[in-house]
Design a protein. Structure first.
Length: 372
């Protein structure tokens, strides 16, 4: 036995919030992390004075005052507003789908004209009930033209399957707006932490009661950990925890290709999506634009993001929340209920397409239930 009260598996946002809350309740915690750094997928690293988002663009957004106040304990946020552009066959379009996009595509000037055009295009769908999949949802929201140019190619690259076979909720993440407003989110609060995300997790874990061990994989000693610790918080893959006994859950992986260029400014925006099917990557991010051009003069850093099939051993960046996969997850969640001394949480532990604010919320709920 150990003197610790908790073992936290994974030093991502879920594990870090839980460990932080436990230490505030005078509990002793060991955090193990298989990567060589903390912060999970929100990890950022400074290169040439630029905060590089090592695992893809991360923009914090929430409408929940409590979550916003919580995260502001650990960093000061800038006023960054995400306004990605879409590049389709050499032409640039504004995102999310708004009057700028409609005007660029069809020359319309008013909401009435845009709505009329979308209505004309969506008539081909002949929908009777609610949209049953991403394709129907997209066409019903913005019509066939935007679906073909800005959605279908991107979506099918991103997920490695047809839009017809994907759940509708994925496209509802994006706002559709009849104003000239390129803000990608509808939330009250949005920004990028000045100095990067890693400090947030480091500060959460900075307690005499918390020991952090990086480069340590839970599965190298699973049985031993279960014997040693009275309680475990597990934020890795739930199917792996159960040795895939009911079958594998589906994930999507990514490859990041980062390049340093000797120019001040490469693409003039933090995020440019490549929405055609032919370009193998989905987006290029130029990190300095998250912090309004900060960094060394004459240098910039860009990252191309390539989606790829997930196989055991790859990073499982996205759960693929189809009905079939969610049903399998439910079967694992039923097994998890019998593991009385383990709490499963986070994007991988709960198999949910969670954003950062949702992970913080979920970790705070779990911590309160456990500690109060
Ligand atoms: P993770 O960050 O994955 O942390 C889990 C940790 O557990 C990892 O460090 C992993 O190495 C470790 N681990 C797993 N298994 C083991 C094991 N066996 N032993 C030891 N350690 C283990 N959210 C937003 O709000 N805004 C965005 O703009 C945004 N953009 C994103 C872009 C991309 C490309 C991706 C992939 C995600 C994005 N997100 C965004 C989501 C955000 O990354 C997640 O919500 C959040 O990081 C999830 O935290 P987590 O702790 O659940 O998981
Ligand atoms: N999407 C799209 N075209 C775009 C951007 C997004 O079709 O230019 C779709 C795509 O299916 C994507 C989903 O909207 O998976 C959600 O986009 P989001 O930007 O939220 O994805 P994330 O940043 O989580 O990868």
């Amino acid at each position: 036995m150990t003197k610790d009260d908790y073992l936290v598996v994974g030093a991502g946002l879920f594990g870090a919030v839980f460990a932080h809350e436990a230490a505030l309740h005078h509990k002793r915690v060991t955090v193990i992390e298989k990567r060589d750094h903390v912060a999970g997928n929100i990890y950022t690293k400074e290169i040439d004075g630029i905060q590089v988002h090592q695992y893809g663009a991360h923009i914090f957004h929430t409408s929940d005052q409590e979550i916003w106040d919580y995260v502001n304990q650990f960093a000061t946020f800038n006023r960054y507003t995400n306004s990605p552009l879409a590049s389709y066959q050499g032409k640039m379009y504004n995102l999310p789908f708004n009057m700028n996009t409609f005007s660029e595509l069809w020359g319309v000037r008013t909401q009435a004209e845009a709505k009329q055009e979308i209505e004309r295009q969506r008539a081909s769908l002949q929908l009777t009930g609610a949209p049953r999949n991403l394709e129907e949802q997209a066409i019903s929201l913005v019509g066939t033209d935007i679906y073909e140019k800005l959605i279908k190619g991107y979506t099918e690259k991103q997920w490695g399957q047809q839009a017809k076979d994907l759940p509708a909720f994925i496209i509802r993440r994006l706002p559709v707006r009849y104003t000239f407003d390129n803000n990608y989110f509808n939330d009250t609060y949005q920004g990028i932490p000045i100095g990067g995300y890693t400090q947030i997790v480091e500060k959460m874990l900075a307690s005499d009661l918390i020991t952090v061990e990086t480069g340590v994989d839970f599965f190298d000693n699973q049985a031993q950990y279960l014997k040693t610790y009275p309680k475990i918080i597990f934020s890795g893959m739930i199917d792996q925890y159960f040795n895939y006994q009911l079958g594998e859950l589906a994930y999507r992986s990514l490859k990041f290709e980062t390049e340093e260029l000797n120019v001040d400014n490469y693409q003039g925006n933090a995020v440019v999506n490549y929405t055609d099917a032919a370009t193998p990557f989905t987006r290029i991010i130029e990190h300095k634009h998250f912090e309004f051009g900060q960094g060394d003069a004459g240098k910039t850093i860009i990252t191309r993001e390539y989606p790829k099939a997930w196989q055991r051993g790859d990073e499982p960046y996205y759960p693929i929340n189809t009905v079939k996969n969610n049903d399998l997850y439910k079967a694992y969640a039923a097994l998890a209920k019998n593991e009385k001394n383990v709490i499963f949480g986070g994007r991988l532990g709960q198999y949910r397409y969670f954003d950062m604010h949702q992970v913080i919320h979920s970790a705070l709920v779990a911590a309160r239930k456990e500690l109060e």
